[in-house]
Design a protein around this ligand. Structure first.
Ligand code: HBI
Length: 95
């Protein structure tokens, strides 16, 4: 059973992801990505989808033309877990 991050480890994890914003309502992290066009945005989504499948951890996301908005939270933990941190790092490496 994956557990929610608490206290110092949560603070450290959030501090290590400066481009992501904590979303209190879902206890998740969000980031918006902007691309030159739709094709590049969708290509990014395809790469993220492959990462998510490998991690068995999936984003909540939306795409409008050249913009991709991602929320990461862990349903099984009902909040922020290490899985969200790890996937955010892997997504940042694609961008
Ligand atoms: N993705 N964001 C997220 N949160 C989960 O709890 C989750 C998931 N992807 C798959 C998954 N859980 C299941 O594989 C596990 O609950 C077994």
């Amino acid at each position: 059973m994956v557990r929610k991050l608490e206290g110092a480890e949560r603070a450290e994890a959030l501090a290590s992801l400066p481009d992501w914003t904590h979303e209190p309502k879902r206890d998740g992290i969000t980031r918006s990505f902007k691309f030159a066009d739709f094709t590049r945005a969708f290509g990014f989504m395809t790469s993220v989808a492959i990462l998510a499948e490998k991690a068995d951890h999936h984003p909540e996301w939306s795409n409008v033309y050249n913009r991709v908005d991602i929320l990461l939270t862990t349903h099984d933990a009902d909040g922020l877990s290490q899985r969200d941190i790890d996937l955010a790092r892997a997504i940042d490496a694609l961008f």
